[in-house]
Design a protein around this ligand. Structure first.
Ligand SMILES: [Zn+2]
Length: 394
């Protein structure tokens, strides 16, 4: 019963989007308008629910649930019988908690495990929109899922005079202060952690209108000494870079936050294009048959690239060379230069400046072990963020 109430909304929206659990989508190109409308559908459905159903559901909640949460969720589900302000949630936006206590869950449902808690007035960033009125969020303490019904788009909309007091009583956090819109630096960066756990052998054109077909997604390489999978290294570094950029006042759009994200390279590029991001940074690690080869190398399109505008080509080369320079000076890794390549699907589908970051060689035992070290990964994130700062003239 508890799950079935979401089925109509799920069926309606499943054909439109299916991104869940840290991946933006699986079968269709991202469309912000589509996602917004699906949230609205869910809210409409909730509004028509008999108030008694909510309380019935609550009684089926696991007995281990915190009682404060049951009352919060029950009261909110009942209150959705009243008109609800239409939400224009978009990935990358900052929204505010408008309830005394809001559970963060590991899955977009009250069936998900509670992994954290938010309080009235706290800020969250929208990472992804689920299909049932839940959203994936990034908060000062963690990422997870919350019900969109509990969020409002500005601090002014948070109910009650206690909001300011509650917000000021929140645990101190560098991100919380920097996530404040007043300290935002106004720039939006999209990060793609390259690959995922499984490849996608189906093919797609390597550029709009191209007859050259390439696999939608390859599995990447792995560490010759550590055995670490590239997709995991890419994700670890990408999430460190995300945090570093948030701390510096950027808005960050993540293509994936889990290793289960069946988006092709073209789909990732299109998602980045439509996300509102100004630049697209794709995180990868390199491999060579020669174990002595080491150092960093970033990809950019050449001036002969027929898929990208001259402006995007130029800006992509500036982005790649600027980031590579700061990356190498920060990490101490060898600078192998910017490689111009017009065969990269994830570049050719872009309409915003893009670079592929090859952090170092996992085929080099020393560099592999270095990159697998979380302390060095933090330096990598610093170096990439320094390069992004420099690109934006900060
Ligand atoms: Zn790769």
């Amino acid at each position: 019963m508890k799950k079935s109430r979401f089925i109509p909304a799920f069926l309606l929206s499943a054909a439109l989007l299916s991104g869940l659990a840290g991946c933006k989508k699986e079968t269709e190109y991202y469309n912000p308008n589509t996602q917004t409308s699906s949230v609205t559908e869910t809210q409409t459905e909730l509004q028509t629910e008999p108030a008694t159903q909510a309380s019935t559901e609550e009684s089926t909640e696991a007995s281990t649930e915190a009682s404060t949460e049951e009352s919060t969720e029950a009261s909110t589900e009942e209150s959705t019988a009243a008109p609800v302000v239409s939400k224009e949630l978009a990935v990358g936006d900052i929204w505010y908690v408008n309830t005394d206590s809001l559970n963060i869950r590991d899955y977009p449902s009250t069936d998900g495990n509670k992994i954290g808690e938010l309080y009235r007035g706290e800020e969250v960033r929208i990472l992804a929109l689920a299909e049932n009125g839940w959203v994936q969020i990034h908060s000062a303490t963690m990422d997870g899922y919350v019900k969109a019904d509990f969020l409002v788009s500005s601090p002014d909309q948070v109910d009650g005079a206690a909001a300011d007091a509650a917000a000021s009583a929140m645990p101190a956090s560098s991100e919380t202060s920097n996530a404040n819109t007043s300290s935002s630096n106004g720039h939006i960066v999209c990060i793609d952690a390259g690959h995922q756990q499984a490849g996608i052998s189906e093919q797609e054109p390597n550029g709009p209108g191209s007859s050259v077909m390439k696999a939608k997604l390859t599995t990447g390489t792995s560490g010759v000494a550590t055995g670490l999978a590239e997709y995991q290294l890419n994700l670890d570094v990408s999430q460190m870079l995300q945090q570093e950029l948030l701390n510096r006042g950027y808005q960050v759009v993540m293509i994936r936050t889990t290793n289960d994200c069946a988006m092709s390279n073209a789909e990732r590029a299109v998602y980045a294009n439509e996300s509102g991001a100004e630049i697209f940074v794709r995180i990868h690690a390199n491999s060579s048959n020669d174990p002595s080869v080491n150092g960093a190398m970033f990809y950019a399109p050449s001036s002969a690239n027929s898929y990208l505008s001259a402006d995007v080509i130029s800006a992509s080369n500036t982005l790649a060379s600027t980031m590579l320079s700061f990356y190498c000076s920060t990490t101490g890794l060898a600078n192998k230069g910017v490689l111009q390549d017009d065969n990269m699907t994830g570049i050719n589908w872009c309409t915003i400046p893009v670079t592929i970051v090859e952090m170092g060689f996992m085929s080099n035992p020393e560099e592999d072990q270095k990159m697998a070290n979380p302390e060095f990964q933090a330096v990598i994130a610093q170096g990439l963020a320094n390069g992004i700062d420099a690109y934006f003239g900060r």
